[in-house]
Design a protein around this ligand. Structure first.
Ligand code: C5P
Length: 226
């Protein structure tokens, strides 16, 4: 049986990939399936947590017993995470967030005119993870913030630099390339801690990776106020 070591704890997880509107029918998006985030949500619930799952464009069955908040764009995801972060013991950002969005979304479907196509002007999206870390600084809280990153080479060095840049407590670095991670059931990862820890998670189901991540979060949970 699973230990209820997240009982009485509230966790918020983002999953999927954002879509940035170009016009009413088109978007800039990515291939994130949402599977790792959903696995984190299911395993946290199995360990007793009160789970909120913020899902960006995920087409997986709704997990039972989990509060689901659906979002589309990066800006919507940022707003949902800010709205949900208060009082959470852990925030986990698995969502693939578009780095850029079109400056404007056309009110009606863009049509071919025969002339050269108009360029799509882009503006940078907020870094949601870094924003959550910023928001936490204004409070006295034992909240643990976890990011995910996909790296193809120099996994540890690139991961360390990203961890420092984002300011989160744990960064789960997936080794991608060669058929790993995207849209598959298996995931291999290295978890880097802001405290200098390095934990290797062997290739296995996304559920197992999720449980190892929760183990690391549980280690960092402050004792409950007594
Ligand atoms: O910088 P990179 O996209 O590799 O960082 C990945 C991590 O940062 C993930 O946890 C992702 O959810 C988060 N992220 C974010 N906001 C962005 C870009 C990435 O929260 N605009």
């Amino acid at each position: 049986a699973t230990e209820p070591d997240l009982a009485g704890r509230r966790v918020v997880i983002s999953a999927g990939g954002t879509r940035e509107a170009i016009d009413p029918v088109r978007f800039l998006g990515n291939h994130s399936s949402g599977r790792q985030g959903y696995a984190l949500a299911r395993t946290a619930a199995a360990r007793g947590a009160d789970v909120t799952l913020v899902a960006a464009n995920v087409s997986l069955p709704d997990p039972a017993g989990i509060r689901l908040v659906r979002v589309g764009s990066a800006v919507e995801l940022a707003e949902a995470m800010e709205a949900e972060r208060g009082g959470a013991d852990a925030l986990v950002m698995t969502a693939a967030v578009a780095d850029f969005r079109p400056v404007t979304s056309a009110a009606s479907k863009i049509k071919k005119s025969g002339a050269a196509p108009a360029p799509i002007e882009l503006v940078e999206n907020p870094d949601i993870l870094a924003g959550l870390v910023e928001s936490r600084k204004k409070e006295r809280t034992g909240q643990t913030i976890v990011g995910f990153a996909a790296e193809t080479d120099d996994v540890i060095d690139n991961g360390r630099a990203k961890l420092a840049r984002k300011g989160c407590d744990l960064l789960v670095v997936n080794e991608v390339g060669g058929g790993k991670a995207f849209g598959t059931d298996d995931n291999k990862a290295t978890v880097l801690g802001a405290d200098g820890t390095v934990v290797d998670i062997p290739t296995g189901p996304k559920e197992d990776l999720a449980d190892r991540v929760w183990d690391l979060v549980v280690e960092r949970l402050p004792d409950r106020a007594s």
